[in-house]
Design a protein around this ligand. Structure first.
Ligand SMILES: Cc1ncc(COP(=O)(O)O)c(C=O)c1O
Length: 422
C-alpha cells in the first residue's frame, strides 16, 4: 500500500484509534551474503552493513499524528502536570492491560523507586541479579539492600526456591522481573510472599503487551512497573508507569509523583517529581496506535531468526510461548560450549559486520558497583546467573530490521558455526 501523508495528516487525532497507514519499511540493507570464512569482516572482508544495526533502534509510529498532537500541546500551553495527553495515555494503558490504575511517570527507574516507597519496602528486598541494573539501583538509592537470588537456567526468570533461600528476618519484599517479556513465575512468587508476609512487585519493563496464563502482565503482584524508554519496542521517548489494581496504592503513588501535592498549596505526603510530560504522552498515544504493527514486525523477525538459527548446533534461541501474547522485542541467543566460538568472539565477529549485538545484563548486577564491593561473595549462590550472563547475546530486531537483513546476519552465524578455532 502506498503511504498517503496528506490523508494521514487529515485524520482526526484526539480520542480516535483509527488505523493510519505507516510509511513502508525500507528495503533490506545487507551488502553481502556470507558463505565462507573469507567473507567475514573479521577476516578482512567489507562489513555486512554500512551503518550500525542496533538491538533496540526506536520504533516510531505515525509521525504526522505525533506532530498533530505536538501542535495541540503547544497551542494549549499545557506541557506537564497531568495534562490531557497524560490522562488519555493512562486511560488507554488501563484499557489495554485491563488494570484499574495506571500512574504514568517520567521513566521506569523513578517508577520503580516510587512503587518501592509506596509499598513501604525497607531492610532487604529480593531481586534477580540477572536484570538491568536499574532494578537493583532503585532499591539501593533508597538505602534498601537488594539481595540477589538466582534464576531458573531455562526460563532465565527468578527461581522461587532460590528466593525462599534468601529470606531473612529483614526481608520485606520481592521484586520479580518478567525477563525478555516472558512472565515470571508469579503464582509461585505470590505463594512465597504470602507465606512470609512479604510485598510482591514486578519490574515489567520488558513485558508491555505480554500475558501470563492469558492475563496481561500488569495484573500481578501488588503493582507492576513498565519502562517506556526509547529502546523499548513501545516508547514514549523516556517514560514509565506503575499499574495496579489497588486503589490506595495508586492514590499514594499519584501523590508521590507530584511532590505530595493534594490540590493547590496542600502537601500531605513526601514526594518527588516523577511526572510524565505531555509530549511523552503524545508519543505514547501515537505509538500505542501502531503497537500491533510493531508486534507483527517483531514476530516476523523472530520467525525469520528462528528458521535460520534453529538448526545451528550450540546456538539456542530463546522461545516465546505461542499460547501467550508476546511482544517479541528481544532476540536472545545462548551460545553454549558446543559452539566453536565463545560468546564474546561471536559478539566481536558481529560487531565487525556492523551488527551491534549485545551481551545483555552481563556480568550480572552482583558484579557491578556498589554490590560487587558490598557483597563480594554473592556469586557463590548465583551459578545459573553466571552461566546465562556468560552465554547470552541479543541480536537486532524491531521496525528498522528487514527479514533480508536477518537472513544476512544469520549467514554470519552459520559460517561462524563452521569455524574451528575457539
Ligand atoms: C528490566 C529493566 N528495569 C528497569 C529499566 C529502567 O527503565 P528506564 O530506562 O525507563 O528508567 C529498564 C530499562 O531501561 C529495564 O530493562
Amino acid at each position: 500500500m502506498k503511504y498517503d501523508r496528506a490523508a494521514a495528516a487529515r485524520t482526526k487525532v484526539p480520542g480516535t484509534l483509527t488505523a493510519v497507514p505507516s510509511p513502508p519499511r525500507p528495503a533490506g540493507r545487507a551488502r553481502k551474503v556470507v558463505r565462507t570464512a573469507a567473507d567475514l569482516a573479521i577476516n578482512g572482508a567489507p562489513a555486512l552493513f554500512d551503518e550500525a544495526t542496533h538491538v533496540g533502534r526506536p520504533n516510531i509510529g505515525n509521525a504526522e499524528r505525533f506532530l498533530a498532537r505536538a501542535r495541540e500541546i503547544l497551542d494549549s500551553r499545557w506541557l506537564s502536570n497531568n495534562g490531557p495527553m497524560v490522562v488519555e495515555f493512562e486511560k488507554r494503558v488501563m484499557a489495554k492491560l485491563g488494570v484499574k490504575h495506571c500512574v504514568a511517570m517520567c521513566n521506569g527507574t523513578i517508577a520503580l523507586e516510587i512503587a518501592t516507597r509506596a509499598l513501604e519496602l525497607r531492610g532487604e528486598v529480593i531481586v534477580p541479579s540477572y536484570t538491568f541494573v536499574a532494578t537493583a539501583h532503585a532499591l539501593q538509592w533508597q538505602e534498601i539492600t537488594p539481595i540477589f537470588a538466582d534464576i531458573d537456567p531455562v526460563t532465565q526468570n527468578l527461581d522461587p526456591d532460590a528466593v525462599r533461600r534468601m529470606i531473612t528476618p529483614r526481608t520485606t519484599g520481592i521484586v520479580g522481573v518478567h525477563l525478555w517479556g516472558r512472565g515470571a513465575p508469579c503464582a509461585e512468587l505470590r505463594e512465597v510472599a504470602s507465606v512470609n508476609n512479604l510485598k510482591l512487585m514486578f519490574d515489567a519493563s520488558h513485558g508491555f503487551g505480554c500475558s501470563l496464563g492469558g492475563t496481561p502482565l500488569g495484573n500481578f503482584g501488588d503493582c507492576e512497573v513498565f519502562s517506556f524508554h526509547a529502546t523499548k519496542f513501545f516508547n514514549t521517548f523516556e517514560g514509565g508507569a506503575v499499574v495496579t489494581n489497588d486503589d490506595r496504592l495508586a492514590e499514594k503513588m499519584r501523590l508521590m509523583r507530584n511532590f505530595g501535592f493534594h490540590g493547590y498549596d496542600h502537601v500531605i505526603y513526601p514526594g518527588t517529581n516523577g511526572k510524565m510530560t505531555e509530549i511523552a504522552a503524545a508519543m505514547g498515544l501515537t505509538n500505542l496506535e501502531e503497537l500491533d504493527d510493531f508486534v507483527a514486525i517483531n514476530k516476523a523477525n523472530y520467525d525469520a531468526y528462528r528458521a535460520e538459527i534453529g538448526p545451528l548446533r550450540g546456538l539456542a534461541m530463546l522461545e516465546f510461548d505461542e499460547k501467550e501474547r508476546n511482544n517479541y522485542q528481544y532476540i536472545v541467543l545462548e551460545v553454549s560450549p558446543e559452539f566453536p566460538l565463545a560468546r564474546d568472539k561471536v559478539v566481536e565477529a558481529l560487531h565487525a559486520e556492523n551488527v551491534l549485538a549485545r551481551k545483555y545484563f552481563w556480568p550480572g548486577c552482583h558484579n557491578m558497583e556498589p554490590y560487587r564491593s558490598y557483597y563480594p561473595h554473592a556469586g557463590l549462590v548465583l551459578p545459573n546467573t553466571k552461566r546465562v550472563a556468560e552465554r547470552v547475546v541479543v541480536l537486532p530486531t524491531g521496525t528498522a530490521m528487514q527479514v533480508d537483513d536477518i537472513r544476512a546476519i544469520a549467514s554470519v552465524l552459520r559460517v561462524l558455526a563452521l569455524c574451528r578455532t575457539a
